[in-house]
Design a protein around this ligand. Structure first.
Ligand code: XMP
Length: 483
């Protein structure tokens, strides 16, 4: 094959701004569209939006808020394994009706130590147990907030503890909590050893989030990023997470494939792999890696990516999604595709679905929300939150996720640092995006996401057309938001 034919055979790597959805015949009101989806072969979501594993996007607070609304945030891995496990644990504890993984304290701990534990775990009451696990008392914020910080827990705890056992039903637990005007009910076995904890807060929250996505024990679903090369971290997280995302920038790589085979054997969580961008990559995964439960797709389209500028390599998310979707279809696989990077508007999500995505992963959009970990700053009268790429110098300084990117030289950064407008609570963003997605489905005439795959037709537009398709010839002040 001659070199000139490389131009002739070049793929058209189209991206969001290159296309529009063609309106189709519809019998559907947008409000009737159903946006439920699968993010892995086994895990369903009520909202097809996922927050990226980035340290300015998803920590426990974002993950909890999203799971409560029916979507998912992937905990980032740019921290120690212990910190990531703690985040996952926090998500799992957020709404368990019976907390199984109870944090207890010993009677000899000081009040000062307890206060810092309260801060660290975000918990305001602990069962007090002896070495053998036998319940001695209970200590809460009210017992210690004004106590001398050098006192021991045994001096301030409440010794007479009302307890339940494994047969205690939720209704009965509520009655006991109310009758005794208490907040926490330890569940003990016949030897008075703590087996679980029921809290008033969890019971009252139970009915609040009707769309929440939960595991079979009623706990919120949790997803976390891992490196294919860090099996101990994967194993430590496996106890707490339902979904693991093998998080590298170019997964179609022999070392990644070899390491992933081991991960797939050792963990029980559903494993999503990525990122990939071509038919060939998807085909190799489907034919060589048994047990992969999801594909994360798109290379170099993220708003903070500089990969395609620095290296001239990339597979724009829309193009990549269509490539991978064809491989999935050709092999009659049912692995869901997560389109990742570059989506700014609900219509971008709809277009990604038109070419086969089951869900959309976003960093930029979620980074601006109140629940993201990034710093909030005011600049020239407007609020912004910090957002940077995981391949940027700032993220790489932390050194934990360095293996996401190939590092031929210390000076190659594949991401940039900046600020995004503050957007308020994530629930508002989810409402805006699901509303927009349903409206797009209304235009397409699709009642469900699989119907979008079938029915959506695309039109290509030129650069001029893209300008016309956006608001134009009108002065509008920029986005601004107060807290
Ligand atoms: P958005 O457009 O939502 O994209 O901000 C988020 C996605 O971008 C990817 N990501 C990066 N890609 N260099 C890259 O080339 C980076 O530094 C970087 N950080 C994140 C990632 O897939 C994320 O979900």
């Amino acid at each position: 094959m001659g070199f000139r034919s490389k131009f002739e055979n070049a793929e058209k790597a189209l991206t969001f701004n290159d296309v529009l959805l063609l309106p189709g015949w519809t019998t559907l009101e947008p409000s009737d569209a159903d946006v439920k989806t699968r993010v892995t072969t086994n895990v369903e979501l009520n909202i097809p939006l996922i927050a990226s594993p980035m340290d300015t996007v998803t920590e426990a607070e974002m993950a909890i808020a999203l799971a409560r609304e029916g979507s998912l945030g992937v905990l980032h891995r740019n921290c120690s394994a212990q910190k990531e496990v703690d985040m996952a644990r926090r998500v799992k504890r957020a709404e368990a009706v019976i907390i199984r993984d109870v944090v207890t304290v010993g009677p000899d701990m000081t009040v000062a130590e307890l206060l810092s534990m309260m801060e660290e775990h975000g918990i305001k009451g602990f069962p007090v147990v002896e070495d053998g696990g036998e319940l001695q008392g209970i200590v809460t914020w009210r017992d210690v907030r004004l106590a001398d910080s050098s006192l021991r827990i045994r001096d301030v705890m409440t010794e007479e503890v009302v307890t339940g056992n494994e047969d205690t039903e939720i209704d009965e637990a509520m009655k006991i909590l109310h009758e005794h005007r208490i907040e926490k009910l330890p569940i003990v076995d016949k030897d008075n050893r703590v087996q679980g904890l029921i809290t008033m807060k969890d019971i009252t929250l139970k009915g609040t989030f009707k769309e929440a996505v939960r595991d079979e024990q009623g706990r919120l679903l949790c997803a976390a990023a891992i490196s294919p090369f860090d099996l101990p971290r994967a194993k430590a997280l496996d106890r707490y997470v339902d979904v693991m995302v093998l998080d590298v920038s170019h997964f179609h790589n022999k070392n990644c494939f070899d390491a992933t085979k081991k991960v797939l054997k050792e963990v029980s969580a559903d494993v999503i792999v990525g990122n990939i961008g071509t038919y060939q990559a998807a085909e190799d995964i489907i034919t060589q890696l048994d047990g992969v439960a999801g594909l994360r797709v798109g290379i170099g389209s993220g708003s903070i990516c500089s990969t395609s500028i620095v290296t001239r390599a990339g597979a724009p998310t829309l193009f990549a999604t269509s490539q991978v979707a064809d491989a999935v279809k050709d092999y009659e696989s049912n692995i869901p595709i997560i389109a990742d990077g570059g989506m700014r508007n609900p219509g971008d999500v709809a277009v990604a679905m038109a070419v086969g995505a089951s869900a959309a992963m976003m960093g930029n959009v979620f980074a601006g929300c109140r629940e993201s970990p990034g710093r909030l700053v005011a600049m020239e009268g407007r609020y912004y939150k910090e957002y940077y790429g995981m391949g940027s110098a700032k993220a790489r300084q932390k050194r934990f996720a360095q293996d996401r990117y190939s590092q031929p030289s210390k000076s190659v950064n594949e991401g940039v640092e900046g600020w995004v407008p503050f957007r308020g609570p994530v629930k508002e963003i989810l409402d805006e995006f699901t509303g927009g997605l349903k409206a797009a489905m209304g235009y397409v005439g699709a009642a469900t996401i699989p119907e979008v795959w079938e029915k959506a037709k695309l039109a290509l537009i030129t650069e001029h057309g893209a300008r016309d398709a956006a608001p134009h010839d009108i002065f509008r002040p920029g986005p601004s938001r107060t807290i």
